[in-house]
Design a protein around this ligand. Structure first.
Ligand SMILES: [Mg+2]
Length: 283
């Protein structure tokens, strides 16, 4: 057999074995036709495989525990959400947590998106995932929720999910006990119906002294609608004293309002990647 024929057979065999491997070829190619890693690869891999991520979430919930004890003992602890002016000082204590990438780890769906070679967020797949209620918890999250409940603190879940039943099902599957009253699961569509969580935070602050906010997105702490990337950075600096005290933020390199602030609205896959490359800062 000639060397060229042997090479052709070898390449054919290699391609056949590659195509049958668990990772589809498309996962390694973007729609611009270049061989490239999926834009979410490193971020999702870090959340799933890096011990540093587990340490980070444990660190946040350990801090939350210490700070909650301090807040309960200290009448001068600053409110995490300013109560409305007319409201009497609430005697009851509350913590507000976000759900996704704060209590629930959705990296399994993001990993499936990578392996399917999908660039854009798949709303139908996400709706099925919400319905399923099978997301695992971030390390340290469930223990913190139990700790807060044992200290008599009401935990409110302020989430931009729309499927409240699915979220409740997921929390129940993780062993998180929710009270029958009040309604502690405030999803998108409640209060003013906005994605902005201010109305829901204010509704809690009218009745409770909110001593901690925990989330993975700037929108879990502030109103961020329409803020530019630069304005978001300025807002973090303006609230410098709050971080690590009454506001605790978890890392989420996969998605969030930080990403949307860098992109044109409704960007297709290629436009989105180009906008991200253009946003990189170099020496
Ligand atoms: Mg979140």
């Amino acid at each position: 057999m000639k060397a060229a024929s042997r090479s052709a057979i070898l390449i054919a065999l290699l391609l056949a074995s590659y195509r049958s491997a668990a990772v589809p070829v498309r996962a390694l190619q973007d729609d611009c036709g270049q061989l490239a890693a999926h834009e979410l690869l490193n971020a999702v891999l870090w959340m799933q495989r890096a011990a540093e991520y587990r340490a980070s979430t444990r660190q946040v919930f350990a801090t939350a525990r210490v700070n909650l004890e301090r807040a309960l003992a200290d009448p001068t602890w600053p409110p995490a959400v300013a109560p409305p002016d007319s409201a009497p000082p609430p005697q009851r204590y509350a913590v507000i947590v976000d759900a996704d990438e704060t209590i629930l780890d959705n990296s399994l769906t993001a990993a499936a998106q990578i392996l399917a070679g999908q660039g854009s967020f798949d709303r139908e797949a996400w709706a099925r995932w919400e319905e399923q209620g099978a997301a695992p918890a971030l390390e340290g999250a469930v223990e913190f929720l139990a700790f807060a409940a044992a200290r008599g603190v009401t935990v409110f879940f302020v989430s931009n999910r729309r499927n409240e039943a699915g979220l409740r099902k997921n929390l129940a599957a993780l062993g998180v006990a929710l009270p029958a009253q009040p309604d502690v699961v405030l999803v998108r569509g409640e209060c003013d119906g906005a994605a902005d969580k201010s109305c829901r935070r204010q509704a809690v602050a009218r009745k409770y002294r909110v001593v901690l906010l925990i989330g993975d997105d700037l929108g879990d702490f502030l109103s961020v609608e329409g803020l530019s990337a630069a304005a978001r950075l300025a807002a973090v600096g303006k609230a410098a004293d709050r971080w690590g005290r009454e506001w605790l933020v978890l890392p989420n390199p996969v998605y969030g309002s930080w990403e949307r602030a860098l992109l044109p609205p409704d960007a297709d896959d290629c436009t989105r990647v180009r906008a991200k490359l253009a946003a990189l800062q170099t020496p």
